[in-house]
Design a protein around this ligand. Structure first.
Ligand SMILES: Nc1ncnc2c1ncn2[C@@H]1O[C@H](COP(=O)(O)OP(=O)(O)OP(=O)(O)O)[C@@H](O)[C@H]1O
Ligand SMILES: [Mg+2]
Length: 569
């Protein structure tokens, strides 16, 4: 049985013990991973239930105990389990968090099931030489917080500043600046449902031109400013074409309106509240304590996830470039399911900053850890410099073949030999929580079983559970409509922009949404699909999908507005 003295050493991560995959049993000894090796990044692949999240959470726990902060991108909702740490390991600690459906399935009362889970965790940890004192150490070592962009359940993250000029380290690097502009434009257009080709799409070219002009001058830009500039761009020509020939003003107006509708949509306000999206603040508390920042995106739709993840990755690149060089591990970025964000052929806006991180983060001590259950969906060329591969049980021969291709590429980049047949045999014999670790900093691959995690793995947390956890942190039971106080310096949500009358024949004019109370429901003629926040038809209804034609009469030309008296009678 290992003891704390064997594994509690600064700079080494206790990941598990060696495992004999032929005899199918654990062996004596410890798998201690040198934290410095993680600056060349890691990828963790395995079928569902193979234990990837368990292994990666063990790694994050080890990093936290060593004072290394981390940003965790959580598309599934189970990384918040890191906040379920109970040094007393008592059943009443587990009771509020156990999955009641699991209790029912086992024909146990919730109390009995909680008792069983507490015992399971106590025994599980003890068999790996861990105990409540280590859990306390983990809790004391770092701050654990759940961020929920676009929602108030956890700590909301404001994207207001995400269109501000990047730091000089990015602006002065032509390639990085171009990447940042391109991915910002693509992710923003993605949010509007426009799948824009950076070369062919005029929307993409226009937004990129606006960002480029503003950022080169170090100018602040927010969504409201962007909407205004789409209508009156800072340039008169695009390429050799006159601006109006390239993108007529009435079409620019339509684009501005879609963005404006997005901004005005009920629910979008949550994207503008809370702490600014600032990587330095995510990684450390104001007092300088390392933080494990769990950024939950499980509640977002696909376009919102891509938008947010791209913004966050861009911010990480920007922050990283302002750091001094180092050879030790300074921070971790972990993404629990990379499916769709780093595909082999397509080029979504998340891929470019991820590639940049994989190429450059090493020099700044930032380790990237990526996990997936879809090995076929990975860009292996982009992963060829990844130093550590954790490969768990795989489902199909095709999955095995793809992972072996990836490993072969990584071995080639590191100038190492590669025993494909031998590794293939091992991969076929892996069971749950057993991984083949190929670390280019070590002489040969090892098979190991992951250690028991200290956090209670209850599975994905609900919105209400996230709220309970974060309310406890916020210090007071927040009312249902509670909003996190904006951080100092964070601006309030901008008002949707009023569009000036566009030039051009046939263009529809728009008027600002008045701040006054809306008219009576029968007093206007907008369509049922109108989703203007001041539209009385929308009152009490869930937000509907945007319609390009349905508009509240408040959006009609000012001359068409009813008189106030008429509207309110
Ligand atoms: N290190 C661990 N300590 C304790 N229990 C573990 C550990 N790893 C896995 N488990 C158990 O196995 C279950 C499945 O593991 P895990 O969630 O890590 O799989 P996964 O590979 O991430 O699956 P998916 O791809 O579906 O997310 C967990 O819910 C937990 O009960
Ligand atoms: Mg998982």
């Amino acid at each position: 049985m290992p003891s704390a003295a064997d594994f509690e050493k600064l700079g080494v991560f206790y990941l598990g013990r060696p495992y004999d995959w032929q005899q199918k049993k654990g062996q004596d000894g410890l798998i201690l991973y040198d934290s410095k090796d993680l600056v060349t990044h890691a990828v963790c692949v395995g079928m569902t239930g193979s234990g990837k999240t368990g292994l990666c959470l063990a790694l994050i726990e080890e990093a936290a105990i060593d004072g290394i902060p981390a940003i965790l991108i959580d598309p599934k909702g189970d990384l918040a389990n890191l906040l379920l740490t109970f040094p007393g390991l008592k059943s009443e600690d587990f009771r509020p968090w156990v999955n009641e459906d699991d209790a029912r399935r086992k024909n146990l009362s919730v109390d009995d099931y909680a008792r069983q889970q507490a015992e399971l965790w106590q025994k599980g940890l003890a068999s790996w030489g861990e105990d409540g004192a280590r859990i306390q150490r983990l809790r004391d070592a770092a701050d654990f917080a759940i961020y929920t962009p676009g929602s108030n359940a956890g700590i909301p993250l404001s994207i207001l500043k995400s269109f501000a000029a990047p730091p000089p380290a990015i602006r002065e690097d032509e390639e990085l600046l171009r990447e940042r502009i391109g991915t910002t434009a693509t992710s923003l257009l993605g949010l509007l449902g426009i799948d824009a080709d950076p070369i062919k799409s005029r929307e993409h070219i226009l937004i990129s031109t606006i960002l480029d002009t503003a950022w080169r001058q170090g100018q602040e830009l927010d969504l409201a400013g962007l909407i205004q500039q789409i209508q009156t761009p800072p340039v008169k020509r695009v390429g050799v074409l006159d601006l109006d020939a390239f993108f007529p003003s009435k079409d620019r107006f339509a684009l501005a309106m879609s963005l404006n509708n997005l901004l005005a949509a009920p629910g979008f306000g949550a994207w503008m509240e809370g702490e600014p999206l600032d990587v330095g603040n995510l990684l450390h508390t104001p007092e300088g304590k390392p933080r494990v920042a769990i950024v939950s995106i499980a509640h977002l739709n696909d376009a919102e996830r891509m938008f947010f993840v791209s913004l966050l990755l861009n911010q990480v690149v920007g922050w990283m470039r302002t750091q001094s060089g180092t050879t030790s591990l300074r921070a971790l970025l972990y993404m629990d399911e990379i499916f769709g964000f780093f595909p082999p052929v397509a080029n979504p806006p998340s891929k470019t900053p991820l590639l940049t991180l994989l190429k450059q983060a090493r020099a700044f001590g930032v380790g990237v850890v990526l996990a997936t259950q879809n090995p076929v969906d990975l860009d292996y060329k982009g992963l060829s410099n990844t130093g550590t591969w954790f490969i768990g049980r795989l489902q199909t021969e095709r999955d095995k073949a793809r992972v072996l291709d990836g490993l072969e590429g990584a071995a080639g980049s590191a100038g190492q030999g590669f025993d494909r047949a031998g590794l293939e045999r091992i991969l076929s014999g892996l069971s749950s929580r057993v991984f083949l670790m190929n670390n280019v900093h070590e002489d040969h691959p090892v098979v190991f079983e992951s250690r028991w995690v200290m956090s209670y793995l209850r599975g994905p947390l609900t919105r209400a559970q996230i709220k309970t956890l974060m309310d406890a942190r916020r210090g007071a039971p927040a009312p249902a409509s509670a909003k996190a106080a904006p951080a100092p310096g964070a601006a309030a949500r901008p008002e949707p922009v009023s569009a000036p009358k566009p030039a051009g024949k046939g263009a529809r004019a728009a008027a600002p949404e008045p701040a006054a109370a809306p008219p009576a429901a029968g007093a206007h003629s907008c369509r049922p699909t109108c989703r203007s926040t001041s539209c009385p038809r929308a009152a009490g209804r869930p937000p509907e999908r945007a319609s390009s034609t349905g508009r509240c009469w408040w959006a009609r030309p000012r001359s068409a507005w009813p008189t106030r008296a008429a509207a309110w009678t």
